[in-house]
Ligand binder design. Structure first.
Ligand code: FE2
Length: 415
């Protein structure tokens, strides 16, 4: 369902967008002129609106005149009565009489401000073929309520991390050499095979075929090879093909691996020393999202409901993931710096002490999103307006970061 909201007052407009986005795709405008233009285009392009919520007093004219023009256009374009847009007028108490008269002009109903969700949905149920409006609304609310309950009860946990991956993380943090790393990788034949295959791939052009993991590590270079190994484990950790949210889960692993790699690139290029491995800090910054995806996926599967909108799910994930990520990492005894990154990577203004770790992850997160590695809702941001950009001052290195990021991601997404 396509919905046009014509409302100049900010609070009412946002309220309507929130309520109506549950049942359809909302387009908002604040003037008669913009509304008319949009409505005319929608008729010409045969992509008509199903519902219009129309304010009476608008900055450049009157909603009633617009209603008249809309009905006139529909007649001129021979739109049958049954297919004409339903118009609901939003009005204040003092205008009720005028609106009653408008019904004669073709408005279908009116709603008196201030309105709430219940009032709006009750009116809509009589108007548009959405007999399941409240059910849809209910489905989303139920999912949110169940997730919040699980959060409160501490029923959400981190997926288990592979033992070999943990061993590798320990070994790397203690500065293990090539033979020691090779010894760990050998414990996992799949990873061993993938690293040898990468070393024999055209990326590392060489005629001599490699069969030993030690040779593979030295051809690839130990640091890069370790990142490949991390990428392989991260994929199986983040990527869940079976769930209803498989696509989002795939986006999340690509996003997390991109942030992880870019954190390493930024630290290396700008010679920043972090308390913890930049790759892992980047990898786990959105861990709350992963856990929420898995939990929501399970709930949806169990309830077999297909009436929950992706937009609502993304909203829940966006709202809860930072707090949840921090709580989970804390419950699993991750160092404090991971917790702070999980909680504040998206809103530095909330953090009283901006550590290098938070700044690096925030900058990497924004660059990565600007390059299309996005998981969830993305609002484009000017990089140079970021606090992290101003403090880390990457300036001329940004292009180099992006170039290197693309190179590593080409390999990471092949694995
Ligand atoms: Fe992120």
């Amino acid at each position: 369902m396509r919905i046009l909201i014509v409302e100049d007052e900010y609070v009412s407009r946002r309220k309507l967008e929130k309520i109506l986005s549950v049942i359809g795709e909302c387009h908002s405008v604040t003037t008669v002129a913009d509304a008319y233009k949009l409505f005319l285009n929608s008729i010409k392009e045969n992509f008509c609106f199903d519902l219009i919520s129309l304010d009476i007093v608008l900055p450049d004219g009157c909603g009633i005149d617009l209603l008249y023009k809309i009905r006139d256009l529909e007649k001129r374009f021979n739109i049958p009565e049954s297919k004409r847009v339903k118009v609901i007028m939003a009005t204040s108490h003092s205008d009720i009489e005028r609106v009653r008269q408008c019904v004669k002009l073709g408005c279908n109903d009116f709603i008196v401000k201030p309105f709430n969700k219940k009032k709006v949905l009750e009116k809509l149920q009589k108007l548009v073929p959405i007999d399941d409006v409240c059910n849809k609304e209910r489905g989303t609310v139920d999912i949110i309520e169940e997730i919040v309950k699980k959060l409160k009860k501490g029923d959400l946990g981190l997926p288990t991390i592979s033992n070999t991956w943990m061993l590798l993380q320990d070994a790397v943090s203690q500065g293990a050499n090539l033979d020691e790393i090779a010894h760990i990788i050998k414990q996992d034949p799949t990873v061993c095979y993938k690293i040898i295959a990468t070393a024999n791939s055209p990326i590392y052009k060489s005629v001599k075929k490699i069969v030993k993991i030690e040779d593979a590590l030295s051809r690839i270079g130990l640091d890069i090879a370790i990142q490949h190994v991390h990428n392989i484990y991260a994929k199986s950790y983040f990527h869940d093909n079976s769930g209803i949210l498989a696509e989002f889960s795939n986006d999340l692993w690509v996003h997390s691996v991109a942030v992880a790699n870019l954190c390493s690139i930024i630290c290396k290029t700008l010679q920043i020393e972090l308390e913890e491995d930049p790759y892992l800090l980047g990898l786990f910054h959105d861990i709350g999202k992963l856990v929420l995806i898995k939990a929501i996926s399970e709930l949806l599967k169990m309830r077999k409901c297909d009436d929950v909108k992706m937009q609502d799910i993304l909203m829940v994930i966006g709202n809860f993931h930072s707090e949840l990520g921090m709580a989970l990492l804390s419950a699993h005894n991750f160092p404090y710096v991971y917790l702070k990154v999980a909680k504040f990577h998206n809103h530095l203004e909330g953090c009283s002490h901006l550590s290098k770790e938070i700044l690096v992850v925030n900058l990497a997160n924004e660059i990565v999103k600007s390059q299309g590695y996005v998981a969830g809702i993305y609002v484009p941001t000017e990089l140079n307006s970021l606090i992290s950009y101003k403090i880390l001052n990457p300036g001329r290195y940004i292009d180099e970061f992006i170039l290197k990021l693309k190179e590593v991601m080409d390999i990471a997404t092949l694995i």
